[in-house]
Design a protein around this ligand. Sequence first.
Ligand SMILES: *Cc1c(COP(=O)(O)O)cnc(C)c1O
Length: 352
Amino acid sequence: MNETGSCGANKVIDLRSDTVTRPTPAMRAAMAAAEVGDDVMGDDPTVRLLEETTAALLGKEAALFMPSGTMSNQVALRAHTEPGDEILIEAGAHMYYYEAGAPAALAGVMCRLLNGHRGIFTGADITAALRPADVHFSPTRLVCVENTHNRGGGSVWPVAALSEVANTARQHGLKLHLDGARLWNASASSGLPEHLYASFFDSVSVCFSKGLGAPVGSALVGSRAFIARARRFRKQYGGGLRQAGVLAAAALHALQHHRDRLVEDHANARLLATELADLPGVELQVNEVETNILWFRTPTRPAAELVARLKAAGVLVLALGPDSIRVLTHLDVSREDVATAARLFRQVLTSS
Ligand SMILES: *Cc1c(COP(=O)(O)O)cnc(C)c1O
């Protein structure tokens, strides 16, 4: 197997996630050349440059490099709350659904769930979940939003909806956190800058190792005071890294070179969706494919069986329910790969 994961003629097309990308040769060169120091002591110039660059891109005072998106979100949650507080979060949100129970285990907060449509909820949903200040109730502190929304199918929040949710939250004295693991994709899809989305929030987490293709890393941004508090919780959670400049260099390279190309991943996802929607036994709304994520249902056949058959044919995808499959496009999937994948999907779905 070579660096891009191909095995000669039998390249496996890996559509399980946009986390599977390998660093490109140019990214590896940037990593090798990185100036480093001990970042826990504040001495790593490349980490500092990444933090300044990310804060500026998102229009916030400060940023903190993080080993993972999960740590970034959960440190934010801890920094915004005290144990026993309540947060309002959408039922399919990554922070609630896919982060191993961390809100309860690490921050000690109660999650009050809001039901959105494709992950998107309204100010009225917030108002309905609020309770009066009373000794019986856990105080509500924070509203969490995810953009793009992973389990929502890569959906992009309309700015008007964000603004309405933020206004409602502010009226009630609540803080706002954005899980923007794929905020870059939201911007690539809508054409609106990341800092516009970030402007509604007290804190934002972004990921460098998803669509941007860095091997490791996320960042949390917010006010100087908030990031200073978050820095202590990052250390407490075991996320203080030493010569992390080698990783920050990959993230900087990704920010500079891999952001503009996200539109290609979106076009590839749309193309694949169009092909898949045509196949027998597939339920898929092509017009809901806004970014690099697509979900489809296979009501007549178990998803696990299809996933196994696709794997044997050379295409990797994930079953995320008894009859639902998730497919992602990314940096290591070319238009040609999409055409090949579409052909293999057809082969598997039309065979009995
Ligand atoms: C992937 C992801 C994260 C963080 O994931 P890590 O694997 O911990 O880096 C957070 N939020 C969303 C929406 C994600 O898709």
